[in-house]
Design a protein around this ligand. Structure first.
Ligand SMILES: C[S@@+](CC[C@H](N)C(=O)[O-])C[C@H]1O[C@@H](n2cnc3c(N)ncnc32)[C@H](O)[C@@H]1O
Length: 243
């Protein structure tokens, strides 16, 4: 269920990534391997309790709007599952039967997810459908092909190709499903590319609407009433909702 780095390189080749992209993705993995054990504390440090609660409540409110008794969720680049488990708990408190899967590229994050009882799927956000096929075939799991909700928190600015990630998300979203992205707003702190392995310096609401509109018919982007604190740097968050 949890691949070694050599297996990952093989999977990445099988998924059609070229040498340069494989190296960039392996760099991301190496960085996040070092974060996995502490990831929950890191999130708590970035976002104070009230911000975490606001984010979880906001995501759950969006999910409840689908008005379903059973819901299949995929959390893309779920990390240690900090938000995944909180969203699942809240939905279950609201008596929604919730089937949650979490996809991530970093093996130690998958271990953390597994320990929390969240079904982990090794995979790449740019190729979700194909990653699920590989995981199902290779590890004999039976992850669904489509989901009612595809969620992603604090990860969009890490993706090498955000346009491709949205296309990839669409390929596993049910016809009447919904995508919820929560991430950092555009900022000017170049140093975060080095210290936090950020690929993009966040996105403005205009940018996120533009990227979303290339793939989805209904696109909404809003400021969230929360902020993320990294040392002395304070960055706002947005929510993108696509269908
Ligand atoms: C900043 S963490 C966010 C984790 C989690 N969503 C959270 O809110 O705490 C970014 C996660 O994205 C994963 N990641 C980065 N690039 C990825 C990709 N292309 N495909 C899948 N996962 C990726 C990393 O392994 C890491 O766990």
């Amino acid at each position: 269920m949890i691949p070694s780095i050599d297996e990952i390189k093989e999977f990445l080749k099988k998924l059609g990534f070229d040498e340069k992209s494989i190296n960039e993705l392996v760099e991301q993995i190496e960085y996040f391997e070092t974060e996995a054990l502490e990831r929950d504390d890191i999130v708590r440090d970035y976002l104070k309790d009230e911000c975490i609660e606001t984010i979880v409540n906001d995501i759950v409110r969006e999910i409840l709007k689908l008005n379903r008794e059973n819901i299949k969720i995929l959390d893309v680049a779920a990390g240690s599952g900090f938000f995944t488990e909180r969203v699942r708990r809240k939905l279950e408190e609201s008596r929604v039967k919730t089937d949650v899967y979490a996809l991530d590229i970093t093996p130690s994050m998958l271990k953390r997810l597994n320990e929390k009882g969240i079904a982990p799927i090794w995979g790449v956000a740019e190729k979700i459908k194909e990653s699920i096929e590989i995981a199902n075939e290779h590890y004999g799991i039976n992850a669904p092909k489509e989901f009612n909700i595809v969620l992603s928190t604090l990860a969009f600015h890490h993706f090498l190709n955000p346009d491709r990630v949205l296309e990839s998300i669409k390929s596993v979203l049910k016809e009447d499903g919904k995508v919820i992205i929560v991430d950092v707003l555009k900022h000017e702190h170049e140093e975060l590319k080095e210290t936090l392995k950020d690929t993009h310096l966040g996105f403005s609401l205009e940018e996120i609407k533009k990227i979303g509109s290339k793939v989805f018919k209904n696109v909404r982007a809003e400021y969230m009433d929360v902020y993320c604190e990294v040392g002395d740097i304070i960055v706002g968050l947005y929510k993108g909702v696509f269908a």
